[in-house]
Write a protein that binds this ligand. Structure first.
Ligand SMILES: [Zn+2]
Ligand SMILES: [Zn+2]
Length: 302
């Protein structure tokens, strides 16, 4: 059941990836990219992983899917002999928390926003416009965050300060962005999908205005040298995030204008207010229409 749920989430968060079965997961390779002296970005299948290594131990941001834990730990072992002390979840989705139970068993302390623990503790119904409703079952106790926070929390390790701060109602209602203050790296979780339409989990409290605000909050701690780990997609720069934020804002406003003219959702979709951006990102009509519907919903449309 859990595997099916994970595969469902995978489709939801990575529409371009093949539908996952166990065999596909067996083929997944974890790739390690060094960003600074002690900071790495790991990619495999699911949300991008951020890693801080040093004498105080290993700090991991997001842990993809349970079947990948061994490979993720092997990739970390190739960098350092220290063990994983902390796992931080940027939000509750299974492609970011699927390895929690394994990581916890391996001795890591799991930390996340209050709402991550709350959502993982109960069955979650996922509703995406144009797709069948699916249910993600509650996670076992061992997968739940042990330490939770409301607004922000800092980790003083490996000679750096990792400042994790909550952004309200963005991709979900439990998102946190992690700023490696000294290393000048920011992990955005799924508040940033590089070069494609975002997924806003409205059933989990996500909203277009919150997503735009989250990007703005993150931009506020960055400079021209900041390296950004998006939830999905390649390593990015402040300019990439700014372009994304501006595009979101423009698309939101375009849909709002048509709503103000009294158009129905169908009429707005037919007018194709986000077509230019869809073309730029190489996205299909269905993705375009879904995003218009998401904005429409977020702006109180019926
Ligand atoms: Zn994701
Ligand atoms: Zn997500």
């Amino acid at each position: 059941m859990r595997r099916i749920a994970a595969a469902g989430l995978l489709c939801l968060c990575i529409p371009s990836a093949p539908v996952s079965g166990q065999n596909t997961m067996d083929d997944v390779q974890i790739t390690t990219q060094q960003l600074t002296d002690g900071v790495y970005m790991l990619t495999g299948q699911g949300g991008n992983i951020g890693v801080s290594v040093g004498p105080d131990g290993v700090f991991v941001i997001d842990d993809q899917f349970a079947p990948l834990t061994e490979k993720i730990l092997a990739a970390i072992a190739a960098i350092t002999s220290e063990s994983v002390r902390f796992v931080f979840n940027t939000h509750w989705h299974g492609d970011h928390t699927g390895g929690n139970e394994n990581m916890g068993e391996a001795g890591a302390l799991i930390v996340a926003h209050d709402n991550v623990r709350e959502r993982m503790s109960a069955d979650q119904v996922l509703q995406r416009i144009g797709r069948p409703v699916s249910t993600t079952p509650a996670s076992p106790e061992g997968a739940l965050p042990v330490v939770t926070f409301t607004d922000d929390v800092s980790f003083h390790i490996n000679g750096d300060r990792l400042h994790a701060f909550h952004v309200e109602n963005a991709h979900t209602d439990g998102d946190a962005i992690v700023h490696f203050v000294g290393a000048n790296v920011v992990h955005m979780g799924d508040t940033f999908f590089r070069d494609r339409f975002p997924f806003i989990d409205t059933a989990s409290g996500g909203s277009i205005d919150g997503l735009i605000a989250a990007a703005g909050a993150a931009l506020g701690v960055m400079d021209g040298e900041t390296q950004i780990i998006p939830g999905h997609g390649p390593l990015s720069s402040r300019e990439d995030l700014r372009a994304y934020r501006d595009a979101l804002k423009a698309m939101r406003d375009a849909v709002a204008d048509l709503m103000a003219e009294g158009m129905s959702l169908n009429q707005i979709q037919a007018a194709r207010p986000v077509q230019a951006q869809a073309r730029m990102w190489g996205q299909e009509r269905t993705a375009e229409d879904t995003f218009v519907a998401t904005i429409h919903h977020g702006l109180g449309g019926r």
